[in-house]
Design a protein around this ligand. Structure first.
Ligand code: NAP
Length: 286
């Protein structure tokens, strides 16, 4: 069945792959980005794949652009079936090293951005008693990692937010919530993180430096030759499986590496369904 899909953060990486694969699968795709001047890569990939999609401006930090985008899609297509919260930004600094502005920005893009987009589509989803919110989190939304406490905090927030909504909105209104937890993705993401570090004073000469160097050096080695990193297309295939499912998981990893890395947190309930039932039984039984 063809669905109407709104995707955020489609100027690069995973957003491009999800948009193009969704269009290839026959869905009506609204691929959004905060700056349409960065549309060239998506344009080229869609043209190469022989698919058409609609590009619209949407900045997850600006509710006005989100509302305008949702209104335009509803005006044109009449409905939205799936919201994919893909836009996100990484951040590597210890709490002591991070400025309050940086911390607010990371939380705003990665967490508040998701909340704003959900807020914009929920009245429509609830009226229709259907809809699917898919949020791209990370294994960092389940397992805290060095120098990533601010980013992990934002992704943990996304996980808790999605899990809480799945506990009462899914059983009462038929709206599904899925959190996708990739490991590494070959994209602009890591380069943007390193650029941000360079633009904000570089690696500071302090007690954290040798630990940070160990972490950054290690991640470069890991990126070179391991199964931690997937292509954006591989991760998008997992997202496509969630879109196609009538009973999508509440959470899912995207690789065997990610599954193993998170196993201590997820083995008992890999898709989050048992936990959802436990919360319903505790708080929503008659
Ligand atoms: P990417 O290539 O850096 O793409 C990130 C996208 O988010 C870009 O399109 C970027 O747009 C967009 N974005 C940033 N701030 C935005 C805002 N305020 N409004 C709208 N869009 C905004 O990285 P990616 O790997 O594809 O990341 C996609 C998702 O996967 C993110 O949620 C990320 O946290 C998650 N993830 C990534 C990795 C990884 O290793 N790459 C691992 C696990 C999870 P601009 O081009 O305008 O900046």
């Amino acid at each position: 069945m063809s669905k109407t899909i709104l995707i955020t953060g489609c100027s690069s990486g995973l957003g491009i792959s999800i948009a193009v694969q969704a269009a290839q699968a026959g869905h009506r795709v609204y691929a959004t980005m905060r700056n349409l001047d960065k549309r060239a890569d998506l344009d080229a990939t869609a043209t190469e794949a022989g698919v058409s999609l609609t590009m619209l401006p949407l900045d997850v930090q600006d509710m006005t652009t989100i509302t305008a985008c949702v209104d335009q899609i509803l005006g044109e297509a009449g409905q939205i079936d799936v919201l994919v919260n893909n836009a996100g930004a990484g951040f590597v600094r210890s709490t002591e090293q991070a400025s309050e502005d940086d911390i607010s920005w990371v939380m705003d893009v990665n967490f508040m951005g998701v909340v704003r987009c959900v807020k914009a589509v929920m009245p429509h989803f609830r009226t229709r008693r259907s809809g699917h919110v898919i949020s791209i989190s990370s294994v960092g939304g389940l397992v805290g990692q060095p120098f990533n406490e601010i980013y992990c905090g934002a992704k943990f927030a996304v996980e808790g937010y999605m899990e809480a909504m799945a506990s009462y909105i899914t059983p009462h209104f038929g709206i599904h919530f899925t959190t996708v937890e990739p490991g590494g993705i070959q994209s602009e993401f890591a380069a943007s993180v390193l650029k941000h570090v360079a633009d904000t004073g570089g690696m500071l000469e302090d007690e954290y430096l040798p630990i940070l160097q160990k972490y950054v050096g290690g991640s470069q080695r890991r990126q070179a030759g391991s199964d931690i990193y997937q292509t954006a297309d591989q991760v998008a295939e997992v997202v496509m499986g969630c879109i196609a499912s009538d009973s999508p998981p509440i959470r899912t990893r995207t690789s065997t590496w990610g599954e193993a890395f998170c196993a201590l947190k997820t083995d008992l309930d890999p898709e989050g369904r048992k936990l959802q039932q436990q919360v319903i039984d505790q708080f929503l039984c008659d």
